[in-house]
Design a protein around this ligand. Sequence first.
Ligand SMILES: CC(=O)SCCNC(=O)CCNC(=O)[C@H](O)C(C)(C)COP(=O)(O)OP(=O)(O)OC[C@H]1O[C@@H](n2cnc3c(N)ncnc32)[C@H](O)[C@@H]1OP(=O)(O)O
Length: 402
Amino acid sequence: MALTHRTLTHDDLPRFQRMVDAAFLGETPDEGAERYRELFEPDRSLGVFDGDELIGGGGAQTRDLTVPGGGPRPVAAVTSVGVKPGHRRRGVLTRLMRAQLHGLHDEGREAVAALWASEASIYGRFGYGLAAEFTRLSVPKNAAFHAGVSTGDARLREVSRDEAMPHLKAVYEELRPTRTGWLSRTEPSWAHQFADEERDRGGLSSYRWVLHPDGYAVYRVKQDWQERGPRCELHVREMAARTPEAHAALYRYLLDVDLMGELKFFTASDDPITHLLGDPRLALRTRSDSLWVRLVDVDRALAQRRYGSDVDLVLEVSDDFCPWNAGRVRLVIEGGEANARRVDDAPDVRLDAQALGAAYLGGTRLTSLARAQRVREVTPGAVAALSHAFLGDHEPHCPEVF
Ligand SMILES: CC(=O)SCCNC(=O)CCNC(=O)[C@H](O)C(C)(C)COP(=O)(O)OP(=O)(O)OC[C@H]1O[C@@H](n2cnc3c(N)ncnc32)[C@H](O)[C@@H]1OP(=O)(O)O
């Protein structure tokens, strides 16, 4: 039977959830499905059907994503993409991606889409570029800071969830406009991100909430009592601070919690911890991809962020999956602001939509993409100039998986 697809309705949620569970080899209990209902945007979700059976689908959350210098900008936060085992490698995902990206373009919605990929080899073919990375950090207890670090004299307190939440939201909202990669959060997304039922904990403790007047940290504990003494792990879920002093104070607090052996944190790849420590090697780090970004509408997307230096270059963009982006674009950046217009002029740089998506948040260098043969230089020096303009003043970081 021929496959069909359509936009979902609220009534489709239970079977959509079953499809997602089958695809992700998971099981969502009824309460989890209830929580997901609050996040589910049926008019932004697609289902692929084999007859009456929903065998694949995916959706988008309506969020804002902070871009370099440009503050929060609308993003289609792509999520819950899956195809049931038994229906794979028959083009269902390709069909979904085409319907979703072409739909965003046709309806003039977000110029940018972003996602976390379950497997890093999936989304490049659809024009998503590896735009941000996170660091898996591990630091032993009591690791000392360098002598010049001030942690101030503010008192840090552990409080209840109810007391902590308003402070978390205030700090997060204040910082969000300047933190590239952070997302807007609705009440349901706050609830989802910090869901703390038994099944959310993965065998760890419930959340502990640490407040500093200028920041916060949320962590769980993994019990580990060894013959030489306790070596419990502190798993930091999120930490944010308005000032370097508050940031240092929160780290100091967490590293000195009695009975702990190791602090673990999926943090920004330019987290200052390495430089806070007197012995930087104590911070073990491995990096991995976080946000994959797709410029749905290249010209609009390029104008939505700001840049670090001026350029006037012609980019020849290739984009087989979203052909409206293909062609030559004159990118003029003046005073940090970009103007992109279509031209017939000879190109200075050749690149595809995936490379532009990768560079968009200012974390991935175009010079690096050129060395990886994903960007071609025509005019000598053009890639270095473009790369410099795109670079952000900090690494993009998305503190939540959506
Ligand atoms: C944003 C998110 O939600 S990320 C989560 C994605 N979902 C999952 O990982 C759940 C488990 N996996 C699945 O549900 C499916 O395997 C999917 C969604 C990843 C792929 O769905 P399919 O319908 O099989 O993909 P489709 O047939 O359209 O494949 C398109 C191409 O991608 C390739 N591809 C698909 N899945 C994968 C994969 N996991 N790894 C590598 N390549 C892949 C295919 O080989 C094909 O390549 P080709 O164009 O060169 O022939």
